[in-house]
Write a protein that binds this ligand. Structure first.
Ligand code: NAP
Length: 306
């Protein structure tokens, strides 16, 4: 392919709701757009069984289907999507450069929409038993635990939502939370607290995952009285927060946790570089705010190019 074929008006890093919304808006404004994604289009929402709070879908929509629809819409307006992981970016010049495992691309503007990934606990047994009973995706792995006992670690929206999903498969769901109240929104909390197959271990942290070939239990500590007990479980689902996918960045201003700092117009500290979706420092991380960020970033890029 000729070098100039790798030149775009806008490079979008990440094909989640933020990145694909940016691509849709930019393509509709006649920009030449390339979206780089290392996994599936749709981002993290593809690991959600049911997206229930995106306006316009009164019955909810499956996360994977939602991701596919976003991709189809971006393709319909002419977006190019390549599959590859980002190795390096050079952003602080007129033509910004993105080097991926699929090739090297240049763009006059860049929208960073790389999202977040699950945080791990960093306790003994976690690495060894990952994929052998320890999972970060209930939608993917819940059917393996039909009738069994599973633990869900965490107290946020993701932990509670996925614990509720797991009740459809597992015989017992044990939610292990480090405090005495949940962080999740009250709608989800109420559903969880009322569920007959859910037990909650409050004020409790996981010290170790036990088992050799597969997960057999969790060693938990009550932080009020320091007592340690082993609870037998067949599966453990970790939802203890997320980490921004920004390790490849150097010239863009970020906060102490690695989230990109933008203004209301999604502008980063580098001219022509925007951030959208979960990867930026923001109040509400939802699909609806991610797509809104993407639209704003794209229209700011259009203005920048003019
Ligand atoms: P989150 O809101 O940051 O919650 C993380 C949970 O893990 C918290 O309960 C936290 O405890 C706990 N935690 C963190 N580190 C821990 C550790 N080392 N040991 C034990 N527990 C630990 O993360 P999230 O639930 O993944 O959600 C991420 C974002 O996506 C949020 O903005 C959320 O609103 C959004 N989201 C929304 C929906 C929805 O609207 N349906 C669904 C999923 C996610 P503390 O509470 O004590 O801090």
């Amino acid at each position: 392919m000729a070098e100039q074929d790798h030149n775009y008006d806008m490079l979008v890093l990440g094909a989640g709701p933020a990145g694909l919304a940016a691509a849709i808006y930019a393509c509709r404004a006649n920009l030449r757009v390339l979206v780089c994604e290392e996994k599936l289009s749709g981002g993290e929402i593809t690991a959600t069984e049911q997206l229930d709070n995106y306006p316009g879908f009164p019955e909810g929509i499956n996360g994977m289907e939602f991701g596919q629809r976003l991709e189809q819409q971006a393709l319909r307006f002419g977006a190019n999507i390549v599959s590859g992981s980002i190795e390096k970016v050079v952003l602080d010049r007129e033509w910004k450069k993105v080097i991926t495992t699929a090739g090297e691309y240049r763009g006059r503007t860049v929208v960073i929409a790389t999202g977040t990934r699950p945080r791990s606990l960093g306790v003994p047994g976690e690495e060894k038993l990952r994929g052998r009973g320890i999972s970060f995706c209930a939608t993917c792995d819940a059917p393996f635990f039909r009738g069994k006992k599973v633990a869900v670690i965490g107290g946020g929206d993701a932990a509670v939502e996925e614990a509720l999903y797991l009740t459809r498969f597992a015989g017992n769901v044990l939610l292990v939370h480090r405090r005495d109240m949940l962080r999740a929104i009250s709608y989800l909390q109420d559903k969880l607290l009322r569920h007959p197959n859910v037990e909650i271990l409050w004020d409790t942290v996981v010290k170790e995952f036990t088992g050799e070939q597969k997960l057999e239990g969790i060693l938990v500590q009550n932080i009020q009285d320091d007592s340690v007990t082993e609870v037998r479980v067949d599966g453990a689902f970790l939802y203890v927060g997320r980490i921004a996918n920004t390790a490849f960045l150097n010239s863009v201003e970020m906060d102490a946790s690695g989230y990109i700092i933008t203004n209301e117009e999604m502008e980063t500290s580098v001219p022509g570089v925007y951030a959208a979706g979960d990867v930026r420092r923001k109040f509400l991380r939802q699909v609806v705010t991610a797509t809104a960020d993407g639209a704003i970033a794209a229209m700011m890029a259009v203005r920048y190019l003019q």
